[in-house]
Each structure stands twice: as structure tokens, then as C-alpha cells.
Design a protein around this ligand. Structure first.
Ligand code: B12
Length: 556
């Protein structure tokens, strides 16, 4: 790509089409727009930069409304962005509706699952003309250029398509070599807001050097030719942050990198340069940021420097509380290292969140209790809401292949699943999952607690000292600790009962009642605290052009 670097694409360019057909767009991109969608943003930015018009449509609008929008646009190409594989059947419904309305545009689909399981996707969604594999910016651009010129598109690199029953693949598309050459992602719609402070996702790098068995990121980047891990220059990242701040009122940046560039000496140099840039451009104090990284990168001195430059939240995929579990998940890390990272972050006053797979294919009743013991050791003090999930064998992951080879793979694209070695765990997991869904999934207790922690961290850093902050923190921590302990006890006790083949005491009813009680208490605490500080918060967020009242009756 030869276009200039750092070219802004923030101002909407999806303006009117040609005078005789103002609704027309060359491309319509359809995807899940919760918390933005950087994949679609990058695709749109590259197309817009080359002069093509683009509409971005939220997949959550449903088939009929999406079809209305596509009909109006009458595009050359409809691009479906599938980031969660379990949406595949719902995407098919959209494609069916579009074809039923007589829309004849070229339909293509991209994302991790389509890239890695293109044959399954082409089979499940026969309305597609092609699947765009791996990073899609240049593939999409060339596809549009080809179709507009009426040329045969089968030779465009990075595509898969059906020829009768045969799955055909065009030459592979190399990964983008220099990320700085990409324009900044186009951002449609309103950003997320936390207490009136605007939050934007962004990326400092792409790819992951690790090979966790449950993750498809590394297979996604390794199957395509080119360098697996690529990092933007700190200058380019900070230029995007500055522009988002100036033009869109951004105050909170959520780095979505799979593994924020902190690895080894080069990583440290990179991040310290980023920090220098933030200071040099006077951005420290005006904006804060969140990263996701591996636990072994958390070092006291380095993270104190990052905290002082605005790092307020670190997400880590801790995943297991046993070294055997970490081995099965191929995390290449120890329980002790994970625990140390959490301790350090607590000492540094940096908020943390974590991913954790209470159940994995090697689970036993004993490992589940060990896992709970680990969780108790990190969040038993109420420093974060307890959360956990079951490892799911997503398409393109090494563990899916392994489970298939062992004859344990079950389920389908929506619910990929497997049998535990101790079959009693199959029933136990499904009972526990049902009973605790309102606690740990969706907007349950743990999510709401973490949201309240998130609000507090953001408010303290962006609005300065707040009234009663210390007593609110203490009350929030005490409530979080109580909730976590209750949840841990439930898992421990029920797992003992299930292991002893006794009737389990996990009752959905009592758990739902407990959730309601905890949520009411949390809401009360949090609303009182915010009410006490409303004026200061409104004032601090005013620079971000608050779009509505910050006091919400619900947390989130
Ligand atoms: C940000 C994010 C989220 C955000 C969503 C934001 C959004 N709407 O985009 C939130 C926080 C909501 C989220 C939630 C979840 N997430 Co998430 N998330 C991510 C994350 C970290 C980054 C996505 C991103 O911005 N990538 C950067 C862009 C540039 O890359 P990209 O999306 O891959 O797009 C490129 C290509 O794929 C391709 N492409 C994509 N679409 C298209 C379309 C066309 C037409 C073309 C040509 C090309 C193309 O070109 C793009 C540019 O190069 C990814 C990991 C990852 N690295 O992708 C996980 C990931 C997508 N999440 C995942 C999961 C499992 C979840 C959750 C289920 C977690 C949970 N247990 O709750 C939930 C589900 C939420 C729901 N409601 O169902 C999995 C999906 C696995 C799978 N196979 O389905 C991923 C891959 C992480 C992982 N390691 O497994 N997530």
C-alpha cells in the first residue's frame, strides 16, 4: 500500500452518493457493532481512502431492517463481518433475506471463523459468493475494484469460493506488513460512554506470538503469509489517540490488542516511547487507557511508569488455577506468575480484570475446587468481581482438533462442545451454568460489580478527588468480597455433592434471589456515591460533551 501514513478517517465520509442516486453506496458492511468494530472500521477506512462509498450496518438491526438499508444502498458488494462464530446461522438469515429481496450484489464474509473454517462457512451460507480469508483490507479493496471494472474476481488473492461442490482458494493474501500504512479506522456511530467520558477501542498491534490451545488468534495470523506480530509505531498510535481526543472527545482508550506490545526489551522500549509521546503531547492526565497482556509482563517499575501515564486497567487471561490446566491450555505460564501479577497490580493501584476457564477438557471435580481456591486467593478480598467460564472449542483452535481426534468433540457452530473425561461433570457443568448464569453471564452481579469498579477508577483518574471515595471503595470492596465468597462457596459445595453423587443444592431460584439482593445493594451504594459527586463529574466530563444525564437508574 502506498497511501500516506496517519491519514485521518474520523470525519464521516459516508456522505451522499451520486446526485441521481443519493442513497447508493459501493459497499455495505454488516457486523456486530457492540463497543465499535475495529475490523469493519479498518475495511471501511481503506475503501473510503480510495474513494469508494461505504455504509456500516449493525447486525443487531435484524434481517428486515438490514435488508431495507442494503436495498437503499444497492451496493456492488455486501461484506459480512463475523467475529463470533455462533452468529453464523443468524448471518445466514440476513443473507437469505437479502437474496429474497432480489439483492444481487457480491456477498463476501470475513473474520476469524470464516478465515479458518471457510469450507464450513461456504457450505452453511450458500448465498455467499466468497469468503475473504485473514486480514481483509486489501482483499476487499481489490474485490470491489475488480467487480466495478467487470473483471473476473476469482484471482483476487485471499478469497475462497465454491465451484460446484469444490472449495476453491485463490492465492493467499499476505498480512499487512506495515500497520502504520493503514489509515485510522473509520468509526461509525456514537462511542461508549462511562459517566459521560467517551471510550474508544483501538489497536497498537496485531497478532500473537503465543500458541494457546483454545485460541484461534495465532492460527489466524500464522496461516496467512507474512510476519505474525506487527506493531504500530508509538507516534502513529498517539496520533490516533490525539485525534480521537480532539475530534471526538475521547478520554478513555481501550486497547484491543491480543497481547499489548510489552514483550522483552523491544516491548519495553516501545511502551516507554509511547509513554514519552503521551507526555510530550500533554495527553497524560487528560486521558487514560486499558490494555490486555500476559501476566509475566507485569513488573513493578514498568507498570508504575505506565500507571503514571494513564494506564488504569489491565485485563489478563489467567485461565486456570492449576499448573496442569495451564499446560492443557498451553498458556506457557505458571500459577505463581499469574498470582504475582495480580498482587503487583493491587499494590500499584491499577485495576485488573481477568479471563478464567473454570472448566476445561481436563477438568476433574478436584481441579474445579483448586480453581476456586485460586480465584479466592486473587479476588476473595473483593478487589474484582469473580467470573469464570467453560473453555469452548472454537473453530481453528488446536484444542478443537485434539478433541475431535479423541472422539470428544460435540455440538455445532453455535454451541461447540465436548465431553469431560469424568462424565458426571457434563451434568454438573450444565446445572451450575444454569444456576449461575444470572450471576456471571451478561449483565449479572459480577459484571455489574466490575462496571462499578471501572466507573470508580475512571472517575477518580479523570475527575480528581471525589467526596467519600474512600468509604465508597471500602463498601464496594466489602460487597464484592461477600458476593465472591458466596459464589465460591456455591461452586465448592455443589461440586462436592455432585462428586459424591448426592442431590446438588444448586438451586436457580435461591441464586436468582441472591443476585437481586446484591444488585439492589450495589445500585444503592453506587447511586449515592455518584449523586454526592454529580456536579464534579459533570464538570469533568463536560470537555467530552456529555450527551445526556450521567445518573442512570441502572448500572449497565
Ligand atoms: C474487541 C473484542 C470484543 C468486543 C466486541 C467489539 C466488536 N464489536 O468488534 C466485546 C468486548 C464485545 C467482545 C465480546 C466477546 N468476545 Co471478543 N474479541 C474482541 C477482540 C479482542 C478484538 C476484535 C478486534 O477488534 N480485532 C481487530 C480487527 C482489526 O481484526 P478482525 O476483527 O479480525 O478483522 C479483520 C479480519 O478478521 C478481516 N475481517 C473481519 N470481518 C471482515 C469482513 C469482510 C467482508 C472482510 C473482507 C474481512 C473481514 O479483516 C479485518 C481487518 O483486517 C477479539 C480478538 C481479535 N484479535 O480479533 C475477540 C474475539 C473476537 N472475541 C471472542 C469471544 C469468544 C468473545 C466473547 C464470547 C467472550 C465471552 N466469553 O463473553 C464475547 C461475546 C460477545 C457477544 N455479545 O456475543 C473470540 C471469538 C471466537 C470465535 N471463534 O467465535 C475472539 C476471536 C477472541 C479469542 N481469542 O478467541 N469481544
Amino acid at each position: 500500500m502506498t497511501e500516506v501514513s496517519f491519514r485521518p478517517t474520523l470525519t464521516p465520509r459516508c456522505g451522499p452518493g451520486p446526485p441521481n442516486n443519493p442513497g447508493h453506496r459501493d459497499v455495505v458492511l454488516i457486523g456486530f457493532l457492540d463497543q465499535g468494530n475495529l475490523g469493519m472500521g479498518y475495511l471501511a477506512a481503506v475503501l473510503l481512502q480510495r474513494g469508494w462509498s461505504v455504509d456500516i450496518v449493525d447486525f443487531r438491526d435484524g434481517p428486515a431492517r438490514i435488508a431495507d438499508q442494503v436495498e437503499r444502498a444497492n451496493p456492488l458488494v455486501v461484506g459480512f463481518s463475523l467475529i463470533f462464530q455462533y452468529f453464523l446461522p443468524a448471518y445466514r438469515d440476513v443473507a437469505l433475506e437479502l437474496r429474497a429481496r432480489g439483492i444481487e450484489a457480491h456477498f463476501t464474509m470475513g473474520g476469524h471463523y470464516p478465515s479458518l473454517c471457510h469450507d464450513e462457512v461456504l457450505e452453511t451460507v450458500p448465498e455467499l459468493d466468497s469468503v475473504a480469508r485473514f486480514e481483509g483490507e486489501m482483499t476487499m479493496l481489490e474485490l470491489v475494484e475488480c467487480l466495478a471494472a467487470g473483471r473476473n474476481w476469482h484471482g483476487v488473492a485471499g478469497l475462497a469460493y465454491l465451484d460446484g461442490a469444490a472449495v476453491m482458494e485463490s492465492p493467499p493474501r499476505p498480512l499487512v506488513h506495515d500497520l502504520d500504512e493503514l489509515p485510522f479506522p473509520y468509526r461509525s456511530g456514537d462511542p461508549e460512554e462511562v459517566l459521560g467520558f467517551r471510550a474508544f477501542p483501538l489497536l497498537a498491534s496485531r497478532g500473537c506470538a503465543r500458541r494457546c490451545s483454545f485460541c484461534s488468534i495465532h492460527t489466524f495470523y500464522r496461516e496467512a503469509p507474512g510476519k505474525v506480530v506487527r506493531v504500530r509505531s508509538p507516534q502513529c498510535v498517539v496520533a490516533e489517540m490525539g485525534e480521537l481526543h480532539d475530534e471526538r472527545g475521547a478520554r478513555v482508550f481501550l486497547f484491543q490488542d491480543d497481547d499489548f506490545p510489552l514483550w522483552g526489551r523491544a516491548g519495553k522500549r516501545w511502551v516507554l516511547e509511547l509513554v514519552d509521546q503521551l507526555h510530550a503531547l500533554d495527553m497524560v492526565g487528560r486521558m487514560i487507557w486499558k490494555i490486555s497482556c500476559r501476566a509475566e509482563y507485569v513488573e513493578a517499575e514498568l507498570f508504575a511508569t505506565l500507571r503514571d501515564a494513564g494506564l488504569y486497567l489491565v485485563y489478563m487471561g489467567l485461565e486456570s488455577g492449576t499448573d496442569e490446566g495451564l499446560e492443557v491450555l498451553h498458556k506457557q505460564i505458571s500459577v505463581d506468575t499469574n498470582r504475582r501479577a495480580v498482587e503487583l497490580l493491587k499494590q500499584l493501584g491499577i485495576m485488573f480484570e481477568y479471563g478464567f476457564m473454570l472448566f476445561d477438557p481436563s477438568s476433574t471435580f478436584a481441579s474445579i475446587r483448586q480453581n476456586v481456591g485460586f480465584l479466592r486467593s486473587i479476588v476473595g478480598d473483593g478487589s474484582a468481581g469473580a467470573t469464570f467460564c467453560r473453555m469452548l472449542p472454537y473453530g481453528g483452535t488446536p484444542i478443537r482438533d485434539q478433541l475431535r481426534a479423541e472422539g470428544r468433540l460435540k455440538g455445532d457452530v453455535v454451541r461447540p462442545d465436548y465431553d469431560f473425561l469424568d462424565r458426571r461433570l457434563n451434568d454438573y457443568h450444565s446445572q451450575l451454568d444454569k444456576a449461575t448464569a444470572a450471576w456471571i453471564h451478561g449483565h449479572g452481579v459480577s459484571h455489574q460489580l466490575n462496571w462499578a469498579w471501572n466507573e470508580l477508577a475512571i472517575a477518580e483518574r479523570l475527575a480528581g478527588p471525589l467526596d467519600e471515595a474512600e468509604s465508597y471503595r471500602e463498601a464496594l470492596q466489602a460487597l464484592t468480597a461477600r458476593c465472591n465468597q458466596e459464589l465460591f462457596q456455591l461452586v465448592e459445595q455443589s461440586s462436592l455433592e455432585a462428586e459424591a453423587d448426592r442431590r446438588t443444592t444448586i438451586g436457580g431460584g435461591p441464586v436468582a434471589m441472591a443476585c437481586e439482593k446484591h444488585l439492589a445493594e450495589l445500585l444503592d451504594l453506587r447511586n449515592n456515591f455518584l449523586a454526592d459527586n454529580q456536579v464534579r463529574l459533570l464538570g469533568a466530563a463536560a470537555g467530552a460533551e456529555v450527551s445526556g444525564p450521567i445518573m442512570q437508574p441502572q448500572i449497565f
